[in-house]
Design a protein around this ligand. Sequence first.
Ligand SMILES: CN(C)C(=N)NCCC[C@H](N)C(=O)O
Length: 296
Amino acid sequence: MPVEEFVAGWISGETFFFLPHITPSGRSLPGDIEGVRLQTQTTYQGIIDCMVKTYRHESLLGFFKGMSFPIASIAVVNSVLFGVYSNTLLALTATSHQERWAQPPSYTHVFIAGCTGGFVQAYCLAPFDLIKVRLQNQTEPRARPGSPPPRYRGPVHCAVSICREDGPWGLFRGAWALTLRDTPTLGIYFVTYEWLCRQSTPDRQNPGAATVLVAGGFAGIASWAVATPLDVIKSRMQMGGLKHRVYRGVLDCMVSSARQEGLGVFFRGLTINSARAFPVNAVTFLTYEYLLSSWG
Ligand SMILES: CN(C)C(=N)NCCC[C@H](N)C(=O)O
């Protein structure tokens, strides 16, 4: 099983982490918290309102809540995604990454390999994502003398508390919704990327850097456009049992959210998810392709 794809996925996941420092809306840093809070709480009127309230109540530090775990996990999850995707494609088509532009795989194979990568990565991501969502939904200001302490003191305390309250499987709360979100979405992600690259590159040639950037960016937007409704459901299920109501399952969460808040609830966070998706995924694909081509 070729491992370069796992390593390239790991490194491109890390560049993905550095980029949000220079973009105002990275999901790994400020911007992610607004997306999650907009999806799970009804107190905000929009992105700006959420940012202003977060700043007023929790200061600048409020924007960075729950981020140390995702930062640690991004490289692992990206490595699993790209590694499983490439190896599945290799198993289906018998063409290595180096030969892939000269002998392009069918879109069906790309879709199946993307769905497989998405399915496997969802289970690796689930515990990290749960802890991030729980920490990001704590709106208490940082501990001050006399003020009640927040429920979770940090990621490790959050993980230990979840295990104590719900057992180790509690860390996988919402994992089913995450799998439903990521499996088809990542199929669409890789198909969009391949399609855009092939449209703007002469037959059987490797795409140039600009093409990879644009195709990667639009693949990110397309995948988040499709994923956002299930992203809302996933975040709500992960919050179940805290201040939020417990849902009987994905369907129950969908139906009662739509009944109480209208169909618009499924598009909460779409703007901010899409705004961050372009730069993050453009750089992820560029780094990934560059590394694999330079390793020959
Ligand atoms: C759930 N969705 C939409 C995805 N996982 N899409 C693929 C993009 C992955 C990238 N790490 C990002 O966060 O944009």
